[in-house]
Design a protein around this ligand. Structure first.
Ligand SMILES: [Fe+2]
Length: 269
């Protein structure tokens, strides 16, 4: 059996990061971008997808040509360690198909098959299933960014089960497992993981101060919870398939989480 202790995690692929400087609430300078990439490589990340927010409140530009130039600039300076690719973190809206497939203002995750979609913090908007289904009908598979941090999904994880049953994937943030976002988010991440509803872990790094790059600490936590083989799949094999535009190789059978009362959820320590 593969063991984290015997494996050096050197092929991790981070599909969610805010390493491009000056385009959203992530890196603020070229120096910070490069430092984030250097820390990622040191941690064992070989490919990092830059996913600037495509969300009116936080992005400063969503011109894919401009964003690609920033990616090229980083790759030139980094010499392939790590390799940087372009994607985006697309705020959910009802115009996803136009943005991703028609006017292509929202870049897919390196390959042409997956897009990272973020729900608002507190709700899953009405009609989400339909908009996400439309994307899938256009051969784009949505990956939901950090469902464990969405308040509605934290309280009603069975809603996320329904999306996974449709073929949608879940990407958890490293900080959700290490406790950076608090106990309730940590419990929600564990719940989704236990029920086979998470497929990829990614850093969602924003800077070199408090939203750091790196994935190995969270991978170790996931390994303790569900075994090292699945932890490695979430950090290496599955995200590597995403950037190549291939089907993810490891996907557990989803299990419907038991309904919990909102009172129970919001009153746990
Ligand atoms: Fe993000």
């Amino acid at each position: 059996m593969t063991s984290l202790a015997s494996l050096s995690l050197s092929k991790m692929v981070d599909i969610h990061s805010h390493i491009l400087y000056g385009v959203d609430d992530g890196a603020r300078s070229l120096g910070e971008s490069l430092e984030m990439c250097r820390l990622s490589a040191e941690d064992g990340i070989s490919v990092i997808v830059a996913t600037p927010h495509a969300h009116d409140n936080v992005h400063k530009t969503h011109d894919p040509v401009f964003l690609q130039r920033r990616v090229d600039e980083l790759n030139e300076k980094l010499g392939g360690r790590p390799r940087v690719e372009l994607g985006c973190e697309l705020r959910f809206n009802h115009d996803l198909v136009n943005q991703v497939c028609k006017n292509k203002s929202a870049p897919t995750l390196a390959g042409d098959c997956y897009v990272l979609v973020e729900f608002p913090h507190s709700v899953v908007p009405l009609g989400s299933e339909r908009a996400l289904f439309e994307l899938m009908s256009n051969d784009i598979r949505p990956i939901i960014a950090h469902p464990e941090r969405n308040q509605m999904l934290m309280a009603e994880p069975e809603r996320f089960y329904a999306l996974v049953e449709m073929g949608i994937l879940g990407q958890a943030d490293t900080g959700s497992f290490t406790g950076q976002f608090g106990k309730k988010v940590q419990q929600a991440a564990r719940c989704l993981l236990d029920h086979g509803l998470l497929h990829i872990v990614a850093s969602d790094c924003h800077n070199t101060r408090n939203r750091l790059p790196g994935m190995s600490a969270a991978v170790a936590v996931i390994g303790e919870l569900v075994g090292d083989e699945y932890a490695i799949a979430m950090a290496e094999d599955n995200p590597a398939a995403v950037v190549k535009g291939k089907p993810i190789p490891t996907q557990p059978s989803p299990v419907l989480p038991r309904k919990r009362s909102r009172w129970f959820f919001f009153n746990r320590g």
